[in-house]
Every structure is written in C-alpha cells, then in structure tokens.
Design a protein around this ligand. Structure first.
Ligand SMILES: [Zn+2]
Length: 91
C-alpha cells in the first residue's frame, strides 16, 4: 500500500507561466519578447519594465502591454529570458 503523498506536484510550465517581474529581477533574468507579426525579437531588463509595471506583474501578461519597435504590432509574446534553455528546476 502506498501513502497519500500525491500532493505538491507542480508542473514546471505552470510555475513558469505564473512567474512575475519581481521574481525575475531577484534572479537577474530579463524578459525575452518577440513579435508574432514580423518576428522581431528583443530582451528587456526587468528594471526597464518595472518603471511602468509592478513587481507582481506576471511575465506572460507583459506582452500585450508592448508595441513592436519594428512594425508597430501589439501581438507580442513574452517569456523569461533564461540564460539556459531546457533546464528543469528553477531554484
Ligand atoms: Zn513586429
């Protein structure tokens, strides 16, 4: 018989989508942005974003607040600019 320790399992994806600007700032990680229309990409620092946004602002919601500097589109996607890709743990 096994125990009942099935709680506490968090999906890494959910942890990532819920991450905030404040958390990235603590880790020294920027925000990677790309335009879905012209594929322009840029990496913004949290210091830049925190001028207009609060530390508890979720990173995935930053995109709709941005405008592409190349084509003016508002169809911007954002995610943490991890210095490593594909790593599983975020401590
Ligand atoms: Zn663009």
């Amino acid at each position: 018989m096994g125990g009942m320790k099935q709680v506490g399992i968090l999906r890494e994806e959910e942890k990532q989508t819920a991450i905030t600007l404040g958390e990235l700032k603590v880790m020294g990680v920027g925000v990677f942005c790309w335009c879905n229309r012209c594929r322009h990409t840029a990496t913004l620092t949290t210091s830049e974003l925190l001028v207009e946004m609060t530390p508890d602002f979720p990173v995935p919601e930053v995109g709709p607040r941005l405008i592409c500097s190349d084509c003016g589109s508002k169809d911007i996607a954002t995610r943490p600019a991890w210095p490593f890709l594909g790593a599983g743990t975020l401590h």
